[in-house]
Design a protein around this ligand. Structure first.
Ligand SMILES: Cc1cc2nc3c(=O)[nH]c(=O)nc-3n(C[C@H](O)[C@H](O)[C@H](O)COP(=O)(O)OP(=O)(O)OC[C@H]3O[C@@H](n4cnc5c(N)ncnc54)[C@H](O)[C@@H]3O)c2cc1C
Length: 557
């Protein structure tokens, strides 16, 4: 039996994960296309003309999966550094250790009082919102869990800077149960006894490629997959401009056409529906997909000719959060601390990577990527205001780098899951599988490990009949035979807890499942989506803290 043709759009972690797994299973009839002249997608790294290496925003690798770790080991061997996580929050002209809520004692007394008072009211049901369960959105959730003080001083301003959307527009499901309860006793103890409560330590380390930045790992997938002119699977510089859903043909800007039996897409789901899908596509679905919200981001790299800020003692920080409005960025990564090879010479240079968000609800002078220099200038002033650069240090800046990501964060908006439950099944009925950070639009499972595994798990579903677990979707066949889907935010998804269990879901639901035969791999092209009722993500307990964007994390020790 000949293998059905699988076409993968997007050579980011999702597409690479799918392709890697296909190759591993001995499947040959697939191609992976990207519009860029490189692979890695948002996880690619760039070297600027001065020799500084930059990532598209601070990328920290916290793996939730044994498979992902094996993949990293296979491709990277010993070519990585192991770094202690050390993160800080900058406010009131001081550095507060992360997580914020455990270190309120670092704040001025009035602010510390407001935070504690609000926390106690919230946790005893006397706050604005009676309980986290009663919260209708992320904004109310913040009030219910943290109270007015922490909301005012940290959670609201910080999260608006990250997401570029008011928290009332966001759902609360993406947070899961991670911060449902804050330990008042612990917060009080730290204030009254003056104890520090750092969220880092020897158990909290992360790997980083020794050379080439985050992107080095992903660039090595070409060793397994190969490029097209040499008989390999990867095809670069090919931008998809149309997919005929009826004829099952992909068209590229170059004029190339590719027929498919199964299509995997990691391009943004709203763009897919708006510009790319051709043929018999319901207008209602096209407009539903346009309601998905996202933010854009400027990644601003500042390279300095000096060993350390101000030339003083080496600073050991990994990354820092900035809730205040004296700087445009929400986070700055001390990138030169991740590996000695991120600058032209570790003894004479260091580098800082700033992230600035933008959306219809939060404008910047960058004006949708048209004026990145203005954002770079704002960032330099912001670094001065936030105490990271001393005034005289401007003269030490030898590199200014900026990358504008049109699609940076998939916003977990209030209506997101309802939209996904309509637009994803329709595609799957036509053998189009949209996966990945902007393919599935689930921020909570859109880090590199999650997205790579979304690709791997999809292949496991298609070839082996296994249920996908990371995406957290539950398919149900309705009485009238349609394929409805609901998206359940598992308490486990993306949080690093153990997987609830796998296997059997598809079989129990009466699906036809092929046996894995390496010699004769066979794709199971389904007539209807697989029933997956397992929504956990990851099979590894990892570092205690994995959630970066929220800015606070519950730590149980
Ligand atoms: C600011 C920021 C910080 C992050 N921090 C972390 C972190 O700390 N840790 C972590 O693990 N992850 C982090 N991530 C997430 C990580 O980058 C993503 O998980 C990952 O890149 C998503 O992979 P993907 O394949 O789903 O999508 P992408 O990486 O976006 O890849 C999609 C690919 O599709 C291609 N494509 C799109 N349209 C077309 C078209 N029409 N034709 C052909 N090709 C097309 C694109 O060129 C791209 O290569 C961060 C991301 C950002 C933006």
């Amino acid at each position: 039996m000949s293998e059905p043709k699988i076409v993968i759009i997007g050579a980011g972690p999702t597409g690479l994960g799918a392709a890697y797994r296909l190759k591993e299973l001995g499947y040959a009839n697939f191609k992976i296309f990207d519009r860029h002249p490189y692979i890695g997608g948002l996880a690619h790294s760039f070297v600027d003309p001065r020799g500084f290496t930059w990532d598209i925003g601070g990328h920290v690798m916290f793996s939730h999966y044994a498979y992902y770790d094996q993949c990293f080991d296979t491709l990277m061997g010993k070519d990585f550094t192991l770094n202690n996580r050390e993160s800080w929050v900058r406010m009131f002209e001081t550095w507060v250790p992360y997580p914020f809520q455990n270190n309120i004692r670092y704040l001025p007394k009035q602010a510390a009082y407001e935070c504690m008072s609000g926390l106690i009211k919230a946790q005893t049901g006397k706050g604005k919102i009676a309980s986290p369960a009663a919260a209708k959105n992320f904004g109310e959730f913040i009030d219910a869990v943290f109270g007015e003080g922490i909301a005012k001083h940290f959670m609201r301003p910080y999260n608006f800077k990250v997401w570029a959307h008011p928290p009332e527009m966001m759902n609360k499901q993406w947070i899961g149960e991670r911060v449902a309860v804050l330990d008042i006793d612990r917060a009080l103890k730290n204030i009254l006894l003056g104890t520090d409560d750092f969220g880092w330590g020897p158990n909290n380390q992360f790997k980083f490629p020794l050379k080439g930045g985050t992107g080095e790992f992903y660039s090595r997938f070409d060793r397994v997959l190969g490029y097209e002119p040499d008989g390999g699977h990867i095809v670069l510089n090919e931008r998809v401009v149309g997919i005929d859903v009826d004829a099952k043909v992909v068209r590229f800007a170059s004029g190339r056409q590719e027929r498919y039996d199964v299509l995997v897409s990691a391009m943004p789901l709203d763009v897919l529906y708006r510009d790319i899908l051709k043929g018999n596509v319901p207008a209602e679905l096209r407009s539903t997909a346009q309601q998905l919200k996202h933010s854009s981001g400027y990644m601003v790299g500042i390279g300095l000719k000096s060993r350390t800020p101000g030339g003083g003692t080496p600073d050991t920080k990994s990354w820092m959060y900035f809730p205040e409005d004296n700087c445009p960025f929400y986070r700055v990564t001390y990138l030169s601390n991740y590996s000695p090879n991120m600058t032209p010479d570790k003894d004479n240079f260091y580098s800082l990577l700033c992230e600035v968000s933008e959306s219809a609800y939060k404008s910047t002078p960058g004006n949708e990527g048209k004026n990145p220099d203005a954002v770079v200038e704002d960032c330099i002033t912001g670094l001065e205001n936030a105490g990271l650069l001393e005034k005289g240090e401007r003269a030490n800046i030898v590199s200014r780098w900026c990358y504008y990501a049109d699609y940076s964060y998939p916003t977990p908006s209030v209506e997101r899951d309802e939209i996904l439950s309509q637009v994803i099944p329709w595609l799957e009925e036509r053998d189009i599988y949209s996966r990945g950070r902007f393919g599935m639009w689930k921020y909570e499972v859109s880090n590199t490990d999650h997205t790579l595994m979304q690709g791997v798990e999809l292949v496991n579903r298609l070839l082996l009949g296994e249920a996908e677990t990371t995406i957290g979707m539950v398919y149900q066949v309705t009485d009238d035979g349609r394929n409805a889907a609901v998206h359940e935010r598992s308490s486990h998804a993306g949080s690093g807890e153990k997987k609830l269990g796998t296997g059997g879901a598809a079989q129990k639901a009466g699906m036809v499942v092929s046996a894995e035969t390496k010699a004769q791999p066979r794709i199971v092209v389904r007539t209807r989506p697989v029933h997956a009722n397992v929504t956990g993500a990851g099979d590894r307990v990892e570092a205690e803290i994995a959630e970066e964007e929220l800015g606070v994390t519950r730590i149980d020790r």
